[in-house]
Write a protein that binds this ligand. Sequence first.
Ligand code: SF4
Length: 285
Amino acid sequence: MAKNSTIEWTTHTANIWWGCTTVHEGCDHCYAAALSKRWGNDVWGNDKPRKKIKSVWTELLKYQKQAKAANEIHKVFVGSMMDIFEKPMPCIDHKGNLLTENTGILRQTFFDNITKGMYPNLMFLLLTKRPSNINKYIPDSWKSSPPVNVMFGTSPVNQATAFTLIEQLAKVNGKKFLSVEPQLEEISLLPWLQSNLISWVIQGGESGPGRRPFDTDWARRLRVECEATNTPYFFKQIDKVKAIPQDLEIREFPEKVFGCAFNSLCNSDNQASKIRIPVTVGFQI
Ligand code: SF4
């Protein structure tokens, strides 16, 4: 299978624009901001425009074609260099010229394409640190009838952000997941897992320069909570340098959620597929 993303829990990443503004302490060492700056872009902050990525539409069609040819469902993380539910911001092209369309218009085009059924073999993972904006920016039709191929996710990094962000995510209709990364302190997700609000938990510590410490017992706690509530659990990394202990080599996907959304793969009673992973260590951004 062609996989364009180095992020372990997705097949592809898609960015409709580049640029964002920090939201909470999890953003302190934002890899996307550093990468963007390194490549000469000035698109971070509330007073900066976002850079439109023109090629994304062609890429999405290519991913759809590949997934269809393989008779598979491919996951698309939106996006690694942006936050899909950020407020509408002005846009520039790759030469820095200001465009008439803003990010709100680009987002609307993307959502309209999903509504039209242009990507029937792609499962979109819409991960945001701004879940309170989801109901504000999704099409009205999604509020009563969310697309089968969309999951909404958010990223708590400590117990305080877990309370705030998950309660905001709870107001959204549709399938939901959490990416607890970069985790900065011990967190319990039990109340939300017990109420079946969350279909998938991804967890990881921070990587890169200035990374903050991660305690593997935080991972064991979430692993146990996920096991107790039959929630698929995916452990991504300690810091991409330290090896993952064997008992945390767990990378489950919500296969039933993905599969049933597309009326296939529903024969299994197992909600997750458990995969033993070969873990590579070494610094990566
Ligand atoms: S929300 Fe995501 S992309 Fe935006 S600054 Fe925070 S970590 Fe970076």
